[in-house]
Design a protein around this ligand. Sequence first.
Ligand code: ATP
Length: 501
Amino acid sequence: PANLMEAVVSLAKRRGFVFQSSEIYGGLNGFFDYGPMGVELKKNIRDCWWNDMVRRRDDIVGIETSIIMHPKVWEASGHVAGFSDPLVDCKVSKNRYRADQLFFAPVVIDGTTHGYVSALESEKTTEDLQAAAELFKRKKAITGTLSPVVVKDFTEATADEVTKIPSPATGNPDLTPPRAFNMMFQTNVGAMTDASSVAYLRPETAQGMFVDFKNVVDTTRVKLPFGIAQTGKSFRNEITPRNFIFRSREFEQMEMEFFIHEDDDWAKWHRYWINWCKDWLLSIGLPESHISEYDHLKEKLAFYSKGTTDIMFKFPFGVQELWGIAARGNYDLTQHANASGKPQEIFDEATKKKFVPHVIEPAVGLDRIFLAVLASCYAEEQVTDEKGNTETRTVLRLSPRIAPLKIAVLPLIKNKEQLVARAQALYAKLKRKYACFYDETGNIGKRYRRQDEVGTPYCVTIDFDTIEKEGDTFTLRERDSMSQRRVTETELFALLEEQVY
Ligand code: ATP
């Protein structure tokens, strides 16, 4: 489609994947609901992650920690002091921008700076700002040679520049200098609403693993290297939530802290987990062509960080972070040991020494994976039916692992008792194991299309051959190839068993 993002958002709404939160009240910016199809897709992605990350491994255990934790957790972790984005206000329009998403370029003509042009990240390209600079020159009737523009973001602006850069909303220089805006949502615990009762909705799930580290070590038989994983909601008061569910204010994370010996080769484990995450994304059906890596610059890392690599994904709006894999040293456990007074060490039998383990953290957003899946599996194709008519078929090429419905059971016609009875018997048997759908209304082609649109990989049709010929076979129709073949019930279950894991 010409506008893939629009097509995906529209399908998500039309077929019950994602709705705006509180839509009848006009929605709430940065919050979303998952509909009947969406909740299944999301659960399947989460379950695949949990099975592959926790259940199918011997070295990783799962936990589920509370969303509201002791406020000291967020002091020790550094979030109270530092979990902020640089915020810029427009004094006139009252718009707010993240300073690192607000770009500007000086308009330099014959070596003299005559003014500035600005743009938001979503529109930012060097060409756009170059064009804006040309326009500036023409409007001000300045003659001379315009230099190629140098694009910077607002956090790099000097104090003098801040007073002159035009706001994208008004075109006038009415922006404030950037100030730190803490993104944690605050609330109060208990009946008193004062400073002593302040608490935060967690902005990440990771701290739960650090705070429960000792409990896990003391109650299980884990031995280094080992990991602790959890999935759950996180909350960030993002200044500019956008791109649908890519950046929202309430979202779900899937995080794992992999603890290693202080003398172990962190770089080896870091690479191991980057590769694991990439392979896992392929296993749920994301295309390799859309996946790349980005290494954070050493100078931009926090002092304790040894290295961070992001797995990037080609979204319809550009290549963006999907999964961050950070080597965090032993910073987090050390911080909590210092703040709580409870040592967070492990005893090393070999050296008879205690030490604080180091950690590698793969952290991903479930909603972001969900969007990556929808956007890269969405296709519109021209198909021709038996009568030679062409039409557009919308199809979600979801992996059977994560598809909301694994199979649809369709009696060829609904007013033939024997067909319906056989179809319902098969449906009853299938749905004990698999999410499936029974549909007897409309012509068979229409019913196939309805399933194509929500990504159901298989349809099974109970037809006259089923009841009239020997062998109790059905027509199995594949979503992607649209090919059809006859299968028995045993073959059908064997196929699903192999494809859905
Ligand atoms: P960004 O730079 O995009 O704000 P981040 O680097 O702060 O993200 P992390 O703190 O590393 O993100 O969070 C880990 C993962 O959680 C991200 O890779 C992303 O998949 C997901 N995530 C973070 N913020 C959001 C959000 N506002 N909405 C949806 N998912 C998010």
